[in-house]
Write a protein that binds this ligand. Sequence first.
Ligand SMILES: C[S@@+](CC[C@H](N)C(=O)[O-])C[C@H]1O[C@@H](n2cnc3c(N)ncnc32)[C@H](O)[C@@H]1O
Length: 323
Amino acid sequence: MNENYLNKIIQGDCLELFESIPDNSIDITFADPPFNLKKKYNSYKDSLEFKEYLDWCEKWISEMVRVTKPSGSIFVHNIPKWLTYFADILNKKADFKHWISWDAPTAPMGKSLQPSHYGILFYAKNLKKLKFYEVRYPHKRDRKTGYLLKDYGGKKALLHPFGPLISDVWTDIHRIKHNKRRDSHPCQLPIHLLERLILMTTDETDVVLDPFIGTGTTAIAAKHLGRNYIGFEIDSKYVTIAKEKIEKTHNNSQIGDSWISFYLNEPRTIRNKDWNELKKYFNIPEDLREIDNTKITLISKEDIINIHKPKKDEQTYFHFQLR
Ligand SMILES: C[S@@+](CC[C@H](N)C(=O)[O-])C[C@H]1O[C@@H](n2cnc3c(N)ncnc32)[C@H](O)[C@@H]1O
């Protein structure tokens, strides 16, 4: 591990910066590169020739695989068009795990088959050694009635109180639409999208590297969850924004001893294996069939503290993050 880079955002070209990262030293790598769609970045020109773009992508994808540990994961976010080429590159160097489809709806205007999802390629450096945790998200409900959207028929008593295991289609994480939650960057990702990937594939203190960190989303997600990060970014303006945001971020995305991901102060992703520890912090109806129309909620902060009994200097006994 290059200790000089740990928990830092380094300004520079990722291909040059990768050179100082040793082989097999990073727990997971995540990349959200420019999509070559002529987006207006501050300095980067997002319009390379077809082959030029793909040759460049092959270089940083190869670097991601090289630096990732044998137990680690490699994630690449992009539009389906480019992912078909990236998969071909990755299939030669790592083991396919999943193609996650992130449904990020747009209004259907103009023509049919408008892109309405992004893909996240999920590769294991070595499937046999992969570190991977099952994760759950809250049940989807009808906004007006509060009833579950999915019909579980006679099986309601068997429902998991928190929610189902995630599939490879993610429909519960929206793109950042509101300007007040957006930095002056054209393609900022939601923090809880990264938190889900991190919870699935890392443990506390593991290292997450993002070679195109933009305004810091991956680093913020890692810090929330008690992980370490390394971020590369070519544009000094984005580096400054990222550093300011990370400074204000705490590693407190936790209830009791379990790291979880929140969105707007509600748990959004939990690890399946943590549920036995976590369930005491939720109001859960005795008759589980009531989950059909009753969302489970967190108990009060005071009750969480009473149950968890945090040590005097412990800052991370629960999370109520301002986002
Ligand atoms: C799609 S954006 C990443 C956004 C990021 N995921 C976020 O949520 O803020 C791609 C970023 O890569 C940066 N970039 C472009 N070429 C680069 C290079 N060669 N090395 C490092 N960063 C680069 C751009 O400045 C841009 O901020």
